[in-house]
Design a protein around this ligand. Structure first.
Ligand code: ATP
Length: 233
């Protein structure tokens, strides 16, 4: 795990603007996330959350601004950043005919790591049957495979894009227990979600995106009415 002192910035986005041709992506977004934060990232469909996340990881070219992740430049140090990050996209794609345990091992092999004992621990906690083939899995169980792939190498920074859709309530609880365990051991977590209770219960800070622009919330502990008002036009 990359050494970063508590309270130091793990994510620093300055004036990020990204367009898709004439289509708005995000506009002048600035954001900082400190070590130890569980940061809730909320906002309506199409607001720009995934665009921000993909820009952070160097998967998208952006027109203006700069991003530093764990002190590294998101464009120049794209590959070094990926080594330190556990990213779970909102939709993951796996070879249907592969067994779950082979997918998980393959994800560790790509990193040149043996993560088998950590992977076993996570699979047990999430109740994931690793003998099944991907094509035999329900939506929720596929999500679990993505979670294991994002967690097993014990990254310094977790970035989860809507991780809990399809997970049953017990598995959701177990997922957040795992996050807390990693954060207690020095990790940081950015969580894009549409679920208010997750933000209220688990996040230490939160920001909302609307129409490509980001605003920090004073507190992640908000009531239903306030939360829903963020989604109204
Ligand atoms: N590949 C693309 N080409 C063109 N426009 C895109 C592309 N990807 C995203 N956009 C546009 O960028 C804007 C932000 O989309 P983004 O996917 O970042 O939103 P989001 O907040 O993650 O939404 P959701 O909650 O639905 O996942 C939207 O207007 C979307 O239509």
């Amino acid at each position: 795990m990359k050494e970063i002192a508590k309270g130091q910035k793990v994510i620093e986005i300055s004036n990020l603007t990204k367009s898709y041709g004439k289509q708005r992506g995000v506009i002048d977004v600035s954001l900082s996330v400190e070590k130890g934060d569980i940061f809730g990232f909320i906002g309506p469909n199409g607001a720009g959350k995934s665009t921000t996340i993909r820009s952070m990881l160097g998967f998208l070219k952006f027109s203006q601004g700069s991003i530093r992740i764990l002190g590294m430049d998101s464009v120049k140090n794209h590959e070094d950043i990926l080594k330190e990050v556990g990213y779970m996209p909102s939709e993951a794609w796996f070879y249907d005919s592969m067994k779950v345990r082979d997918v998980i091992k393959y994800a560790a092999d790509i990193r040149g790591l043996n993560c088998s004992s950590e992977a076993d621990k996570i699979c047990e906690k999430l109740k994931l049957d690793t003998n099944k083939r991907i094509k035999q899995l329900s939506l929720g169980n596929r999500k679990k495979v993505s979670i294991v792939c994002a967690m097993q190498h014990k990254p310094s920074l977790f970035i989860f894009d809507e991780p809990t859709g399809g997970l049953d309530p017990l598995i959701q609880k177990n997922f957040f227990e795992l996050i807390h365990e990693y954060v207690d051991n020095g990790a940081t977590c950015l969580l894009s979600t549409h679920v208010l209770s997750e933000v209220d219960k688990y996040c230490t800070k939160a920001a909302i995106m609307r129409e490509g622009r980001l605003t920090m919330l004073d507190t992640p502990h908000i009531d239903d009415e306030t939360f829903l008002s963020f989604y109204e036009d």
